[in-house]
Design a protein around this ligand. Structure first.
Ligand code: SF4
Ligand code: SF4
Length: 367
C-alpha cells in the first residue's frame, strides 16, 4: 500500500457568526493538534516567511504569524521570524511586521549583509550549487510558513518556492532563473521591427530598434507563440518548453538542499491560501485574488502539502477581472497553467522524485 501523509486543513468559511469559527481560531486549534514540542522544544526555531515589499498587502497577516509564534513558544521553542534579504527585514514594519506585532525578533536569514551562507552542491545545469542562508542551514528545526499565490516563472508559489528561492542568496536565485528559456532568438536574422513585442499580450518582449536590443522576460511568457508567428524574418523559434520545467526542477533541488540536513520531524510546513494573486509577493504589489479565499493547510510532508494546496485551487472558482492588463486565461489543466502557460505540477512531481515526500495525502479538517 502507498503511504499517505496527513495534511491538516482549516477552511476560511465560518459556520457560525463567532470569532471562534473563523480562520485564526482554527489555526490555533490546528497548531495544538501538532506535536510542535518534538520539533522545537528548547531550540531556536526559525519561522521562514515572505515579508513582502513595497505596496503589497497580501502577504500573511501579522495576526496569523503571531499565532504560529505563540504556538512555538507554548511548545517550549524559541521562535524568530526570518526572511532572506536584510532589505526585506528592514522594511517589514511598513506591512505591519515588527517584533511587537509578531511577538518575536525578525532576523535576516543571511545576517545583516546577506553573506552568512552555507554552500551545498547541486550539479544541475546552471545550478551547480546553492548558497543557503545561515539562519536556516544552521538551524535544528524549521517552520516553513508560506503564502500561496501564482508565480510567473513556474505557475505556482507555495512551500517549495518559500524554501527554494527564499532560503538562498541572490546569486543562487540568479542561477535558478538562468534555467529558464525555451524561445530561441537569432540576432543576425532579426530586423528589429518590434512586431513580436506588439503581438505579445503580456509584455514579455521588449525591442529597442535604435540600440538593436531584444529582451524576452520569461516570467511573463506563456509560450503562446504569437511572437513567432508574426516575426517577418523568422528570427524566433521554439523547440520545446523545457525552460520552465528546468526552473521548477532547480527549485525542487534547492528545496532538497535546504531540507536534507534536518532530522525527521523537525520541519513543519504551513500554507496560507488566502488572497491568492496571480503573481508572487516578490513583486511588491497586490492585485485582485484569482479565486476566493480557501483557508490554510499544514503538514510535515512538503509534497503532500503542495499537492493538496494546488488541488484546492480550481478553474471553476476563477474570479473574472482578477488578471492584469490584457492577460486572459489560456490553455492548460490547472488554473495557474491557464494564467501563466506553465504547468505548476512539475515542481511537485520533482519534489516527490527527489524523495521529499508523497503526493498521496489524507486531508484532516480542523473545524
Ligand atoms: S518580430 Fe522578429 S524581426 Fe521583428 S523584432 Fe521581433 S524577432 Fe526581430
Ligand atoms: S510566446 Fe507568447 S507570451 Fe511568450 S513572448 Fe511570445 S507572444 Fe509573448
Amino acid at each position: 500500500m502507498t503511504s499517505s501523509s496527513t495534511v491538516w486543513f482549516a477552511s476560511v468559511r465560518a459556520v457560525r457568526p463567532e470569532a471562534d469559527a473563523t480562520l485564526p481560531a482554527k489555526l490555533q486549534r490546528l497548531l495544538r493538534k501538532v506535536d510542535l514540542a518534538s520539533l522545537c522544544k528548547g531550540r531556536w526555531t526559525p519561522i521562514k516567511m515572505h515579508l513582502g515589499g513595497r505596496l503589497g498587502y497580501s502577504t500573511i497577516h501579522p495576526l496569523l504569524v503571531r499565532m504560529v509564534v505563540q504556538a512555538v513558544k507554548d511548545a517550549g521553542g524559541k521562535p524568530f521570524v526570518t526572511e532572506g534579504g536584510m532589505g526585506a527585514v528592514a522594511e517589514a514594519a511598513a506591512r505591519g511586521y515588527t517584533a511587537e506585532t509578531l511577538g518575536c525578533p525578525i532576523l535576516p536569514a543571511g545576517g545583516p549583509f546577506d553573506r552568512d551562507v552555507v554552500e551545498k552542491p547541486i550539479g544541475f545545469k546552471t545550478l551547480d550549487s546553492a548558497s543557503i542562508f545561515g539562519a536556516i542551514a544552521r538551524a535544528e528545526c524549521l517552520i516553513n510558513l508560506s503564502h500561496v499565490k501564482g508565480h510567473g516563472d513556474c505557475g505556482y508559489g507555495g512551500a517549495c518556492k518559500n524554501l527554494a528561492m527564499g532560503c538562498v542568496d541572490a546569486a543562487t536565485r540568479a542561477k535558478i532563473h538562468a534555467l529558464e528559456g525555451g524561445i530561441e532568438w537569432k540576432k543576425d536574422v532579426c530586423v528589429f521591427c518590434g512586431r513580436c513585442a506588439e503581438a505579445c499580450d503580456t509584455g514579455a518582449i521588449s525591442v529597442n530598434r535604435k540600440e538593436k536590443r531584444f529582451r524576452l522576460f520569461y516570467h511573463h511568457c506563456r509560450y503562446c507563440r504569437h511572437c513567432i508567428s508574426v516575426c517577418p524574418a523568422g528570427a524566433l523559434s521554439m523547440k520545446d518548453r523545457q525552460g520552465f520545467r528546468d526552473f521548477q526542477e532547480g527549485m525542487a533541488l534547492a528545496t532538497r538542499a535546504v531540507l536534507e540536513p534536518f532530522q525527521a520531524g523537525r520541519v513543519f510546513h504551513i500554507n496560507i491560501l488566502t488572497q491568492i494573486t496571480m503573481f508572487c509577493d516578490c513583486w511588491g504589489m497586490t492585485t485582485p485574488h484569482v479565486v476566493p479565499d480557501i483557508g490554510l493547510m499544514a503538514s510535515d510532508d512538503v509534497v503532500a502539502l503542495e499537492t493538496a494546496s494546488l488541488e484546492a485551487i480550481k478553474t471553476k472558482d476563477f474570479l473574472p477581472g482578477s488578471l492584469i492588463g490584457k492577460w486572459k486565461l489560456g490553455r492548460g489543466r490547472h488554473l495557474f497553467e491557464k494564467i501563466h502557460g506553465k504547468d505548476p505540477w512539475v515542481q511537485v512531481r520533482a519534489l516527490e522524485r527527489h524523495g521529499l515526500g508523497s503526493r498521496n495525502y489524507t486531508l484532516k479538517e480542523v473545524v
